[in-house]
Each structure stands twice: as structure tokens, then as C-alpha cells.
Write a protein that binds this ligand. Structure first.
Ligand code: FMN
Length: 140
């Protein structure tokens, strides 16, 4: 079994870009949840990324797939990151990432690290530093 896989949903590419950075740091590949087959979930650590849309809603691809893929989280270590807009959507900032974390927990996964919340819209200069620090915590 591979050590880590990164699985993301992304509407305008911002979460995808962060997913690719995380995958590179972990020596893994990043796969869109739309294209994720059973093998995509076959890793010791699943790193799941989503943006938040609507008012606290899952990104569209995760909204379509979460119910059918969540059984794959059972028995896995799962780390979750989210992208959002903390100024435009202060009350629902990165809520979708918490939704995925809760689904993973309910499905029998062990959550690793904090849910990483990134605002690449207003705080893009902080993204790389946050990602690097977070990767150290999920590796530990
Ligand atoms: C119509 C609309 C609704 C949004 N709703 C939220 C929200 O509820 N919470 C949040 O944190 N960000 C929200 N966002 C911001 C996006 O999550 C943010 O732009 C994100 O970086 C997009 O990532 P993606 O390109 O990977 O989908 C919203 C953006 C738009 C345009």
C-alpha cells in the first residue's frame, strides 16, 4: 500500500494547486475526487482537500462523490485541508473541510493533524508557510 494519496475537489483550481504542492512534498500524486477509483483510496494516509462554495457547502465534485466514497475512509489515517475566503465568508470559512473531516471520522477514519484552513484569496503570502508547517504535523 502506498504511504499517502492526495484527493481533492476544486472548482477554479485553487485547491488543486495546493493539493499539488502537498502531493509534491509527500512524494505522492494528487487526484481529483471525480476521477478517484478504489486504488486512489488505497494508501495509509489520505489527504483530502476541498474548497467551500455556496454558504458553507461542499465543493461540487465532493458534493457529488462524498456519500459514495466515504466507506473508503474506514481504518485509514485522514488529514483534511480546505480553501476558502475568510473575509467574504467569515461565518462559513472552510466549513466544507470540516464536513469532510466529520464524514471521515463517522466512516471510521483516524483524523491526523488539525483541519488546515487556507485563504489563498486574501492571504496568499501565507499559503506556502501554512502548508509546510501542516505537512510536518501530519507526517509526525
Ligand atoms: C459564490 C461563492 C461562494 C463561496 N462560498 C464560500 C464559503 O461559504 N466559505 C468559504 O470559506 N469560501 C467560500 N467561497 C470562496 C472559495 O471557497 C475560494 O475562492 C476557494 O479558494 C476556491 O477554491 P477552488 O478554486 O479550489 O474551488 C465562495 C466563493 C464563491 C465565488
Amino acid at each position: 500500500m502506498d504511504k499517502a494519496h492526495v484527493i481533492f475537489g476544486s472548482t477554479t483550481g485553487m485547491t488543486e494547486a495546493v493539493a499539488n504542492k502537498i502531493a509534491e512534498a509527500l512524494g505522492a500524486t494528487a487526484v481529483n475526487v471525480n476521477a478517484a477509483d478504489a486504488q486512489a483510496f488505497d494508501a495509509e494516509l489520505l489527504v483530502l482537500g476541498t474548497s467551500t462554495w455556496g454558504v458553507g457547502d461542499l465543493q461540487d465534485d465532493w458534493a457529488a462523490q462524498l456519500d459514495s466514497v466515504k466507506a473508503n475512509f474506514a481504518g485509514k489515517k485522514v488529514a483534511v485541508f480546505g480553501l476558502g475566503d475568510s473575509l467574504g465568508f467569515a461565518d462559513t470559512f472552510c466549513v466544507a473541510a470540516e464536513t469532510i473531516a466529520a464524514a471521515a471520522r463517522d466512516a471510521g477514519a483516524t483524523l491526523v493533524g488539525e483541519v488546515l484552513k487556507i485563504d489563498d484569496t486574501n492571504e496568499a503570502d501565507q499559503t506556502d508557510g501554512k502548508v509546510a508547517a501542516w505537512i510536518e504535523t501530519i507526517r509526525a
